[in-house]
Ligand binder design. Sequence first.
Ligand code: BGC
Length: 758
Amino acid sequence: MSILFRHRTGWLSALLTLALLISFGSRAQADAPKAGQVAASKRVKELLSAMTLEEKLGQLTQRPGGMRSDDNPEVARTKLEDLKTEIREGRVGSLLGAFGAEYINDLQRVAVEESKHGIPLIIGNDIIHGCRTTFPIPLAEAASWDPTLVERSAHIAAVEAAASGTDWTFAPMVDICRDPRWGRVAEGSGEDPYLGAQMAAARVRGFQGRDLRAPDSLLACAKHFAAYGAPEAGKDYNTVDISLATFFEVHLPPFRAAVDAGVGTLMSAFNEINGVPATANRFLMTDILRRQWGFEGFVVSDWTAVTELVAHGYARDDADAAALAIHAGVDMDMTSQAYRTHLAKAVDEARIDIRTIDDAVRRVLMGKESIGLFENPYTDTTLHDKVILCDEHRHAARESAGRSMVLLKNEGAVLPLNSSVKKIALIGPLADNQRELLGTWASIGKAEDVIAIRTALTEAVGDGVEVAYAKGCDIEGGDTSGIAGAVEVANKSDVAIVVVGEAAGMSGEASCRSNIDLPGHQLELVKAIQATGKPVVVLVASGRPLAIPWVAENVPAIVQIWHPGVEGGHAVADVVLGKINPSAKLPITIPRNVGQVPIYYAHKSTGRPPTDQFFTSKYRDVPWTPLYPFGFGLSYTTFEYTGMTLSQSKMKPGESITASATVTNTGKVAGDEIVQLYIRDKVGSRTRPVRQLRGFKRVSLAPGESQTVEFKLTEKDLAYWDNKFGFEAEPGEFVVWIAPNSADGLSAEFELIEQQRN
Ligand code: BGC
């Protein structure tokens, strides 16, 4: 008999299972009010009874609000007046893309003082990895495996964005991605649901803070609900066709973690899932999110995702699309205007029950109330200059960037550079670049604020060391004429640092790549520099894992620096010169080539796991292992793992088991190690991944120092989706690893035994 760890009430389970069996969604029709909702406050009740249907639909409508245009001030002025008219008439409840406290206060004044009900606007923006102080891209920060650090970055982003008039961020993006071709891999936390869930919760805590009404917090939005990170062929917006088990075990956990951390809103995704677009998916947004998880906030669609239901072939026209989306549980329509154009008619025709509209309006108004907008709709305009890009924020961005850089290789201890180095050749298209280090979705981040690597390194090494720079080639494009000059610079140096990778715009929304090699002629540049015989360090600045097999094979030192943000240059100098000892670990597998994709550590065994035997699961032209596995990352010191023990060899339901191992710093400098805990369920009634991450801990060790690291495992850690609506742990044997990465470590085994019934 299986062991349940999460309760399932009988009727709910039956209902949900039925929903699951019938379809992943259901067509809209007049429906009863949804279950599991927060009661309206007195104010919201009064508003609901006073508002017309058109005004209610206005609250469900989000419009672009960035009407200022330096190119054509006249057009901008007219657009702004039109927008103010819409606000005054109660036809808009929310704006996105509006920035600046004075500008937003001006619009807010129209809503609060000139509209009939005085309902404030809620201003949403994409504050993804910092506001003006741009932090490393989220994928990079996930490499820190440090929820506290990630929480702090999100908090700082909130401080700056709130001071600029933003109330609500469309972040965190918690989509799990196992395909680095997908451009939005940069925005998430990588391939693993456990790590992803930790990061999701940390970011929600950071954005929302302890008090949502505080002037330094933002309402957060977990997006894109759901499975947006699993498009076929890694192509943005593409079809998602996955098993429900994968959906529940891999893609939903970070959303669940965000909901459990109190996230105020979710965003419905662009993609379809198994035939039903997320934005019309009632199973997703009502059955799972609200009924099963008890989510009480509101859901916003993605940009025009409501009317895109027509292109999906799911809605007949925009009116049908609006009805389907509101019925599914999308409360606010981001920019398509289908709600305010068509839903009144749908109510008149009894296709949509007015109570469905009221539910959505209540959730939106309660969201506004939760952040104190009714009491305090305006932004204090004196805050901005005090907080934006202040020293404290820059300092935090530098620390985050340093902690996110993954040391992939360091043969012959080329890094950190030692005092015998007097001449550094700094080469590559990203070595003296500011803009690209910001990465995708850099909000109001400005290139001019970025500390370039060349600037920081030159300053950090001081007068006694020369930093000679050559660009070598562009990031993309065919010009190779600079390579010879770069070789000359390298020839005159003691060490060459080559900074290669991607431009910011090569990852992010709609920026997928069918080829994940170094773009342009950068590999040729690296090869030419390596041929000089000088010690070479390659820094990879990118928004995704890049396939760099030649570099990995031939170049002695490699650091994955990602797109590190505004303090990227300083952080690189800190790492290269040893002021920071790298501790980051990969949050995503690095493949050898794009043909291996999707490649991830938590894969299934198959009946023919790869071996040297011919008839096994592998390619004939590339090893079956990745270039670098998930969880991998080196340090300037070395760590040894010994003495793996389990507190018991058998575990009963309700009990826990403690796994421990001793980690020793066997090198010459102090360092941090991120110790990882993996499990494998050896036999399952549905096959289980070869490994699954179930814990991690950072230990800081002086040279020679040891620490015993303990992890407690409970049934919950052993459970998996039960094909119905719960998660269950099955009796049987489990392997546990305490490991430096997903391909290594010490292991032990135990058995989960059945509860004996009297
Ligand atoms: C993206 C969302 C984003 C929204 C608003 C969409 O294109 O998919 O992630 O929040 O635009 O900018």
